[in-house]
Each structure stands twice: as C-alpha cells, then as structure tokens.
Write a protein that binds this ligand. Structure first.
Ligand code: SF4
Length: 404
C-alpha cells in the first residue's frame, strides 16, 4: 500500500490462475515459481507458513499448490500457527537446501490478489503506470479532458491493455460456462454441492422478470465461485474468493442487452481502476481487512462496471461504487474450515445483486450523496484494521466456529 505515488497496472489486479484463494494459492504458487527460478540447483525446500496461511492454508490447499509447483524438488510444508511476530498476515519462509546445506532463507508475503512481496526487496514491486491514485483526482482529470474512466486506463496502460482484458473476459466467460454444467460435491469435506446448474435451469412456474434476473445473476456468480472452490482456473476480480461478482453482472447484462465484448472490456477497465484505487489506498486482502476488502471491493468494481455499461456520468459511477462498498463495511472473513465455500459462494451472488441495486440507486440519487468514494475506501481500511484478527481469514471466529 502506498498513498504517495500512483498505481500499478490493472494486470496486477486481474490475475488468471487456480483457485480457491488469490492470497493462499495464486500468491504461494507465484512465490514457488520465483524461488524455483532463483535456486535452480536446490534439491530440498522447506516452506514454513505463518499467520492466516498457517491457520487456513490446509483448507485452501496451499500445501498442495506448493508441493505441485516446487515439484520435482523435494519439499516439506510446515504450518506454524504459533508465531505472531510476522510482517504480514500471509507470510511464508522458504529454506532452500542443496545436499543438506542451507543455501538461503527467503521470506515472502502474499499480500492479496495473488501479489507477492519479497522481504527487503524493492525490485519485486510491479512498475507504477498511473500517476494518480485517488478517485477524486482521476475524475477531475477525466472531466477536464472530457474522457471516460476507461480512456484514462488506456492512456496510462497503452493499447495492450485491451488484449489483456480480452483474456480476462474470456476466462470469466469460460468459468461461467463450465460452472453451469458442472455437478457434484466440492472438495474439502463440507459436503457442499455445486448449485449453479440447478439455479440456472430451475425456473419458477410463475417466475417474474425480476425473480428471473435474480436467479440468473446468482447462477453465474455461483458458477464462477464453484469453479474457484474446485481449484479450477478463474480470473481474480479482485481476488479468487470474490471472483464471481463482476463476471456475473457483466455476463447477465451482455445476454440481456447485447453489449459487445468491446463494451464489456471498457467496463472491465473501469472496474479495474476502482479495484486498483481500493488496493492502493486500502486493501483487497481478506486476511488484512476482512471480507469487506474482497467482496466489498468486488461489489464496487461490478457496480462501476455496470454504470459504465449504462454509459452513466462519472459522478454516478463513483456513487454506485461508493454505495457498493459502503454497505459491506465491517464484513468479516470467517469461512468455515478455511474453505472458500461457506459463506463465500453465496456471498458472491448476494454482492452481484447488490451491485445492480447500487447502480439503480446511484442513477436516481447521485446528486444527493454526501460521501466520496475515496472517503469510504479510507473508512474500509480503518474498519479492517479495527477488526479483531480472528475475523480476518483465520477461521477462528464467526461462522467458522460452526461445526458441520
Ligand atoms: S469470507 Fe470473504 S474474504 Fe473470506 S475467504 Fe470468503 S470470500 Fe474471501
């Protein structure tokens, strides 16, 4: 997090990888790849997981991802749940050996959204491509140049951003399509059945248009979230756990209103900007700020994207995103058994509907608003830091106490 400089590319926010958790699977996966590339002569690596990685890593399959990614190097994964003196809630140490001699110890933090930081290493940071990082400043700039938010993204990222967003959108659509046909029980032992297909197909006899919209949007959110929980490939938006919200809203509106892929990409660029502002000024990590940082951020991104699809004024886009995140303030992260299933999957569906609602409210009430998006992002960060640690992806409190 850095409040004084700009922002990284949105390709650091939208990542394509295997679920179920951007901080617990994609981040460690990327750390393992980097370690493997640095220490090509290693023949044994001991990985010690701390904090949330230690407490919920087994449920998320962190150890399985580490073993698979470091293969064929021999590896041992240790869950250290006792150590509290760590620089970040998702910290891991790599002890790299060659012929039983310790070559190096490298500490890596998985800081949310699949992003990793090596301790004391500046160069691992992604380059800053945006000069601004507050919505207020970006909106002022866009208004002065009479450009849309997605044009601001293109101006800063270059035209290559469309190729990347196209890949992201293809991945999102693929997750929905796969999820709508998939059946069976999710891994992890909670006996949670996949429900996207059922939701998609089981129409009410006297279903109203509104109920149908609700059912379809929810089915798309379930589809992506269940693919994520199954360890399949998804696009983070902004994280794995919250990956179903944005695609559900976009996919439904493309089906309903016939928006072109080009328009969807412009909406994804707008959403990416919103997610990036949150990531830079607060957090998108459940381990750092609770579920408000994941689902709340995803809801704000989806609301901004939909407002862009509707071609609403920049003030209305801001209000929609602000409403979306404001009404997730204080939302805790307490997945049962550390699995990204309960409450995560339903929560994606509820947030998708809430994003649509936020856009409706914003389009009618935008000139009455009192709170800026930047202010609510700041509040989310403060609230997240005030949350007891047990409500930040440790699976020690809240719903996680329920024994199924
Ligand atoms: S409760 Fe929210 S933040 Fe926590 S794992 Fe589930 S989706 Fe992610």
């Amino acid at each position: 997090m850095n409040n004084n400089v700009g922002m990284e590319s949105i390709d650091q926010l939208y990542r394509i990888g295997r679920g179920p958790s951007s901080s617990h699977t994609i981040g460690p996966e990327r750390a393992c790849i980097a370690i493997k590339n640095r220490f090509t002569d290693a023949d044994f690596i001991k990985v010690v997981l701390y904090g949330s990685l230690a407490k919920t890593g087994e449920g998320h399959g962190t150890d399985v991802v580490i073993l698979k990614t470091l293969f064929p190097v021999k590896c041992e994964v240790v869950f250290n749940t006792e150590e509290e003196s760590i620089p970040h809630p998702n910290t891991m140490d790599f002890m790299i050996y060659r012929q039983e001699a310790l070559l190096s110890v490298v500490r890596v933090m998985s800081v949310g959204g699949g992003r990793i930081l090596f301790e004391n290493e500046e160069e691992t940071k992604a380059p800053i491509v945006y000069g601004l990082n507050k919505f207020h400043d970006i909106a002022e700039y866009c208004n002065s140049k009479m450009i849309r938010l997605w044009q601001y993204v293109e101006e800063n990222e270059g035209p290559k951003v469309w190729d990347y967003l196209s890949l992201v959108w293809d991945t999102m659509k693929e997750s929905i399509k796969r999820g709508l046909f998939d059946e069976g029980v999710l891994p992890g032992g909670l006996d949670v059945h996949k429900k996207a297909k059922q939701l998609y197909n089981n129409q009410h006899v006297d279903e109203s248009q509104q109920t149908k919209e609700n059912r379809l949007v929810c089915s798309f959110a379930f589809a992506v979230s269940e693919q994520n929980a199954s360890g399949e490939t998804i696009a983070t938006a902004p994280t794995c756990g919250a990956a179903g919200v944005l695609p559900a809203v976009m996919y439904y509106n493309q089906l309903k209103n016939g928006y072109t892929d080009r328009q969807i990409l412009q909406a994804l660029a707008t959403a990416g900007l919103i997610g990036n502002i949150i990531k830079t000024n607060a957090s998108i990590s459940g381990a750092e700020c609770g579920c408000q940082a994941e689902i709340g951020s995803a809801c704000a991104m989806a609301a901004a994207a939909l407002a862009q699809l509707f071609d609403l004024h920049i003030d209305k886009i801001e209000y929609a995103a602000e409403i979306a995140i404001e009404h997730h303030l204080g939302l805790t992260c307490d997945p049962i058994c550390g699995l990204v299933q309960i409450p995560c999957i339903e929560r994606n569906a509820v947030a998708a509907m809430r994003a649509i609602n936020a856009v409706n409210l914003a389009s009618f009430l935008w000139d009455t608003r009192k709170i800026s998006f930047d202010r609510v992002v700041q509040t989310m960060k403060e609230t997240g830091h005030d949350l007891k640690a047990s409500y930040r992806e440790t699976s020690e409190a809240g719903l996680a106490r329920i024994k199924l």
